[in-house]
Ligand binder design. Structure first.
Ligand SMILES: Cc1cc2nc3c(=O)[nH]c(=O)nc-3n(C[C@H](O)[C@H](O)[C@H](O)COP(=O)(O)OP(=O)(O)OC[C@H]3O[C@@H](n4cnc5c(N)ncnc54)[C@H](O)[C@@H]3O)c2cc1C
Ligand code: FES
Ligand code: FES
Length: 487
């Protein structure tokens, strides 16, 4: 097997002697590329943002910004990244480099004071600068609003970057001022060629190993031999465990590039979404085809996290406050579980068995999530958290309702944050179905919804607040649907 290597700013570097758990951030800084900063080491601040060449949605390659503090460098064996140092173009000998257009705008508009956050901001900004369909949105589809610039720049691209001293206005001004990449721009040209293919990796140091196999079958055989292995996809959960809780694994198996886990198929009676597609890829490929998922994505973490996070990882953690389970429960999704013996389909409503526990057996992988069609027309996802973006849910409620002739024909409601597992609000669903969609019935159902689950008091919210939010959420949905009808 060839020694593990990564291309950084066009230069190939050996990953050795980094440990298998060494993050991309640590690797870069150890090699003198100290532009990439560590603020939090848990995906919250974006100071560590770098660009990775990934298979594109509209072009052969997309430049995708990710949190270097969460990804093990061994996971990027054979891959190509650009750091803030690689954005500028080298000048004549003895002359300073030419700033990249996003760096230029940040400098011109006073987007940087202490500068600690700036390398991360410019990398996130550069990813949006190179987004192939960005300019298509310029001054269209409602044009400029608080979150979109006249140049099509989507401010959500910066939702995972924090700045403590400059203030966001000048940064937003810079983002909304960037133009279009020229034909000579080397990173724009790079998008026209394929991104590096995944390579099989066996990277061992001391007693631990990072493994990536080329196919699902090989991976499943490996997991049968090593049931102790930790599976990683985007590493947005596992990376936090490694950095903040000092977790280490003797064997880590990467599944994020497995082609069998990266398919998205729309069939006549269902949509199947590969477990290792990132949330950004799903969002862009579905392009609103599943409105409930379209409501979920902007409320899930930040763009930086969504560029790595997968549905397999969100269900794999079994967390009761994961945001996709309530949505997938309301959509009546099922989970396709694969092991070396074959595959089985489990309704998500039967998947979770206890706090962070599921029916998934050792050696089994989530291959895909299947959403039955047709979808119920009334869909809403209400995430109650302290901040609007980049925050963990205190309570999450997903609704999928079919209302015809003023009667609720079908109601599916998924809840997060009110029990040891994500749950369906079965009593509320039963109370709504077959009844008129009126203020009286909705108020009665909201009282039932308030009593669903067994919410707890914790640092995010009290049990009473969580219950109150459940009820409010149905009342809010009613207000939204009646506003839509009357407007
Ligand atoms: C700053 C920050 C903000 C966040 N905000 C949110 C949020 O708003 N909402 C939310 O729900 N979550 C949030 N998260 C948590 C995390 O991003 C999600 O849970 C994400 O979906 C995990 O996906 P991943 O691919 O990165 O998982 P990984 O970290 O790679 O893996 C997570 C777990 O899932 C298992 N796993 C991964 N893939 C599979 C598979 N195919 N089959 C079986 N098991 C698998 C792994 O073994 C591991 O135990 C946040 C995390 C951070 C760091
Ligand atoms: S160091 Fe804060 S997100 Fe990586
Ligand atoms: S410029 Fe100081 S943190 Fe942003």
């Amino acid at each position: 097997m060839v020694a593990a290597r990564i291309t950084v700013n066009g230069e190939e570097k050996q990953i050795s002697p980094a440990a298998p758990h060494t993050t991309v951030l640590e690797f870069l800084r150890d090699r003198g590329l100290t532009g990439t900063k560590e603020g939090c080491a848990e995906g919250e601040c974006g100071a560590c943002s770098v660009l990775v060449a990934r298979p594109g949605v509209n072009k052969p390659t997309d430049w995708v910004a990710v949190n270097a503090c969460l990804v093990p460098v061994a996971a990027l064996d054979g891959q190509e990244i650009i750091t803030s140092e690689g954005l500028a173009t080298a000048g004549e000998p003895g002359k300073p480099p030419t700033l990249h257009p996003v760096q230029e705008e940040m400098a011109l508009r006073g987007g940087s004071q202490c500068g600690y956050c700036t390398p991360g901001f410019v990398c996130s900004m550069a990813a949006e600068y190179y987004r192939p369909d960005r300019c298509a949105h310029a001054d269209t589809a409602g044009g400029t609003d608080a979150e979109h610039g006249p140049n099509g720049f989507d401010l959500h691209a910066l939702s995972g970057n924090l700045c403590r001293c400059t203030g966001y206005r000048p940064i937003r001004d810079a983002a909304f001022a960037v133009g279009t990449p020229t034909d000579e721009d080397p990173l724009a040209q790079r998008r026209e060629q394929a991104s590096p293919a995944p390579v099989a990796t066996e990277y061992t140091r001391d007693d631990s190993v990072f493994l990536r196999k080329g196919t699902l079958a090989e991976t499943l055989r490996l997991l049968r031999e090593r049931p102790d292995a930790v599976v990683v996809a985007g590493s947005t959960d596992w990376g936090v465990e490694v950095n903040i809780r000092s977790r280490r694994a003797d064997c880590v198996v990467a599944v994020d590039r497995l082609a069998e886990l990266r398919e998205l198929r729309v069939e006549s009676d269902h949509i199947e979404i590969g477990a290792a597609l990132t949330l950004t890829e799903i969002e862009r490929r579905l392009d609103g085809a599943v409105p409930l998922l379209a409501e979920l994505f902007p409320q899930f973490a930040s763009r930086l996290i969504r560029n790595g996070a997968t549905l397999g990882g969100n269900l794999g953690t079994g967390s009761p406050i994961g945001d996709s389970p309530p949505v997938l429960l309301a959509l009546e999704a099922s989970v396709l579980l694969a092991d070396a013996d074959g595959e089985r389909e489990v309704p998500l409503a039967e998947y979770f068995t206890g706090y962070r526990q599921s029916v998934r057996r050792p050696g089994e992988l989530i291959r895909a999530v299947r959403i039955p069609l047709p979808l119920s027309p009334v869909a809403a996802f209400h995430k109650i958290s302290k901040r609007r973006f980049d925050d963990i849910s205190s309570v999450a409620v997903a609704f999928a309702l079919d209302i015809g002739d003023g009667i609720v024909r079908k109601a599916r409601i998924g809840l997060g944050g009110v029990a040891a597992t994500p749950i369906r609000a079965l009593a509320t669903e039963a109370a709504l179905e077959g009844t008129p969609w009126t203020a009286e019935t909705v108020e009665a159902a909201a009282r039932i919804l308030q009593g669903e689950g067994t919410p707890m008091n914790d640092h995010r919210a009290s049990a009473a607040y969580r219950s109150a939010m459940l009820g409010q959420s149905l009342l809010k949905l009613y207000a939204q649907t009646t506003e839509a009808v009357s407007s």
